[in-house]
Design a protein around this ligand. Structure first.
Ligand code: PGA
Length: 252
């Protein structure tokens, strides 16, 4: 079975002191959750403080985005080399970045390769809009995003895919575990299989979109779901830890 992972996407929330306190809260409860990799993804400005806060524990740190160039005239951007040493993971292609900041499958693909080149583990996010789902296009959209995002990628170690239906993010309208599994065990897994053969079997697949302590166990009960990418429920340490505990117990 692929590694179990629960990642908290803090989005544009928390000041540095707030992020530090939240990270300490997770660290303090982390030992009680076994068998699940916990990843905290704060805003860039808090990466260093969160890294220091979780030092000495198994809790890992991730960034929420990254540029694919190593340096240069890209005002406001952060490069792969700047993240190396500060975090182990990087969320790439989140739907908010695709929808609000013009990210495309091509730029996401460049970022994945650039991240891997410096040893970062990419969490590639894919997901369909409500309109695409209603038009029966969800499977095609998702497999297209996976295929294009991973074009030319050969290293699957540390690669994670997060399925986040856009209509389920921050809405409280989570996809049912069956709907999520249909896409994750279907077009996502099949596309990974066609790209990477048997190596696809060890890629962790996370569900994201209104995941919380009450529903996390139902997702993890699905064979093809190995954890979650958690937004709102990651902003409170106890809730985030409960999500992870629910995943651990569903798989245990
Ligand atoms: P949510 O966000 O859990 O608040 O729906 C998930 C995400 O966007 O990663």
């Amino acid at each position: 079975m692929p590694a179990l992972v629960v990642a908290g996407n803090w989005k544009m929330n928390t000041t540095v002191p707030e992020a530090t306190a939240l990270a300490f809260g997770v660290k303090n409860g982390a030992a009680a959750v076994t068998g699940v990799e916990l990843v905290l993804c704060p805003p860039f400005v808090s990466l260093s403080a969160v890294k220091d806060a979780v030092a000495g524990s198994a809790v890992k740190v991730g960034a929420q985005n990254m540029h694919f160039q190593e340096s240069g005239a890209y005002t406001g951007e952060v490069s792969p080399g700047m993240l190396r040493g500060l975090c182990d993971y990087v969320i790439l292609g989140h739907s908010e970045r695709r929808q609000m900041f013009g990210e495309t499958d091509e730029s996401v693909n460049s970022k994945i390769k650039a991240g891997q080149a410096v040893g970062l583990k990419p969490i590639l996010c894919v997901g369909e809009t409500l309109e695409q789902r209603e038009q029966g296009k969800a499977a095609d959209v998702i497999s297209g995003q996976v295929r294009a995002g991973l074009d030319g990628v050969t290293d699957t170690s540390g690669l994670i895919i997060a399925y986040e239906p856009i209509w389920a993010i921050g809405t409280g309208q989570a996809a049912t575990p069956e709907t999520a599994a249909e896409i994750m065990g279907g077009p996502i897994f099949e596309t990974l299989r066609s790209l990477f053969s048997a190596a696809a079997d060890s890629i962790s697949l996370l569900y994201g979109g209104s995941m919380n302590a009450s529903n996390a166990g139902e997702y993890a009960a699905q064979d093809c779901i190995h954890g979650g990418l958690v937004g709102g429920a990651a902003l409170q340490a106890d809730q985030f830890l409960q999500v992870a505990a629910a995943v651990a117990s569903a798989k245990g």
